[in-house]
Write a protein that binds this ligand. Structure first.
Ligand code: ARG
Length: 463
């Protein structure tokens, strides 16, 4: 940045350089920057804007610089401001004045938008891959637990018996939607900004379709004015990550609850739990807690970027340079989180006995008795509801769960039930209760297996 030495002390000038620069973090876009520059250079040659020698010289120089960066030999200098200037000045040093021809018909505005679009696209694929791994792991767990009963909850209170596979498959549905959301963002945003120049296009005879194709975009973007300050793909990425992280946080919360002594439904393997520094008997579920906790920072990155973009006038403003650190952080965090979650779930111990025992608390089959009275005795649902409430109170007095009462006890619980036939007991059985919910998307073993098969089919279809 230009500065007036009479006004700025050396120290302030250095601070200003640091304040203005993005090189410290945008250097990780070097591969995209060089790839886009090579495409641009080939287009300039094809359009007779530069000659063959110039194209070869520039391209060779760019590849040389890429190798220097990979080998750790490249010298990063804060005065270069950003990755685009750093590569350009290195190219000058390598090949001399011809380097200056590369920037014909482009600006850093379309350059950064192109680099970032390619980066986001790559990361979308990586995240989708991780989600696919998680879905595979969860489908595996589900396939072993289609008969394992657990209490399904609403308001965190025992509600109705469901099977554990069904519970896990609910998370699979969330992660599948996440997968599709990342895919659709890529699909929507896969348009090439290169050639938009500063804000309004260029007077040079460029071929934007050519560069778009070389860089594997579906087409060039439509409006240079929109493109040069469009950061929707960044915001979509931050939102998609936020939603995935929210799903992870819900599962983490359940794992934390389930691993407590109160539940005892699962045991998180020792590698994912740490000891307390003071209480020797304790194992803390640190990993799910951290997975849950990181959601806060991920939401923060989304809010920060939405706020940065708010009310920005067209077209490019330096504010948009703030688009990078948050998204780099969110991407890194979600990739690690998904890997760790996947591994933790592969090694989790499911305590089937405790899950099934927990179903015997809370009269989980009460609704089934009410439904039986409606279906078999033609009672209005409200009456059946009140009678069932009496049965629940009666069972409470006997200190029994409704699923364990005898036919005599059922008959004694309410005058309307004094002649009830013995098959009423079968609807109170927990397993029958679970399997009776056989409507599409319900918890019966049959529906759960159907759901699982559909997921397995979907997994094959995305390979
Ligand atoms: N480092 C800048 C960014 O990340 C690159 C674009 C700079 N353009 C400009 N006109 N100053 O946004």
């Amino acid at each position: 940045m230009k500065k007036n030495d009479q006004i700025l002390s050396n120290e302030n000038a250095k601070l200003l350089d640091e304040f203005n620069a993005s090189i410290m973090f945008d250097k990780q876009l070097y591969a995209q920057d060089i790839r886009a520059s090579i495409a641009h250079c080939q287009m300039l040659f094809k359009q007779n804007i530069i000659n063959k020698d110039e194209q070869q010289l520039i391209e060779g120089g760019l590849l040389d610089i890429k190798q220097q960066i990979i080998d750790g030999k490249f010298v990063w200098n804060i005065q270069d401001e950003d990755i685009h200037m750093a590569i350009e000045s290195a190219l000058y040093k390598l090949i001399g004045d011809t380097a200056g021809k590369l920037h014909t018909a482009r600006s850093r505005n379309d350059q950064v938008a192109t680099d970032f679009a390619m980066y986001i696209r790559d990361k979308n694929y990586q995240i989708q891959n991780r989600l696919k791994n998680i879905i595979t792991t969860f489908a595996n767990i589900a396939s072993k637990h289609t008969t394992t009963m657990m209490p399904g909850m609403t308001h965190l209170q025992h509600a109705q018996p469901i099977n554990f596979a069904y519970h896990i498959l609910a998370y699979v549905q969330m992660f599948k939607r996440d997968y599709e959301r990342f895919a659709s963002s890529t699909h929507r945003n896969n348009l090439c900004p290169l050639g938009c120049a500063a804000l309004a296009g260029t007077s040079h005879n460029i071929d934007r379709d050519f560069t778009a194709k070389l860089l594997e975009f579906d087409a060039p973007t439509y409006s240079a004015l929109d493109t040069s300050s469009n950061r929707d793909m960044v915001l979509e990425m931050l939102f998609n990550i936020s939603l995935t992280s929210m799903h992870i946080s819900r599962l983490s919360e359940e794992l934390i609850l389930w691993s407590s002594s109160e539940f005892g439904f699962v045991k998180i393997s020792d590698e994912y739990a740490t000891a307390s520094s003071i209480m020797p008997q304790k194992k803390n579920p640190d990993v799910p807690e951290l997975l849950r906790g990181k959601t806060g920072r991920i939401y923060g990155n989304l809010m920060a970027m939405l706020t940065t973009m708010k009310a920005l006038p067209l077209a490019y403003n330096k504010d948009t340079q703030e688009d990078k650190e948050g998204v780099f952080d969110s991407i890194k965090t979600i990739l690690i989180s998904l890997d760790i979650l996947n591994d933790m779930m592969k090694h989790i111990y499911i305590n089937k006995e405790n899950m099934e025992k927990a179903c015997e608390v809370g009269h989980l089959s009460a609704t089934d008795l009410a439904d039986y009275l409606v279906q078999k005795c033609q009672m209005p649902f409200r009456q059946a509801y009140h009678i069932t409430k009496d049965v629940v109170s009666y069972a409470n007095k006997l200190n029994k769960d409704i699923s364990a009462i005898t036919i005599d006890e059922l008959r004694a619980s309410n005058k309307h039930l004094s002649n009830i036939s013995e098959d009423a007991l079968s609807c109170l059985s927990l397993r029958n209760s679970m399997n009776s919910r056989n409507s599409y998307g319900g918890t019966s073993e049959k529906q759960t297996i159907r759901q699982l098969q559909e997921i397995e089919k979907w997994l094959k279809s995305i390979k």
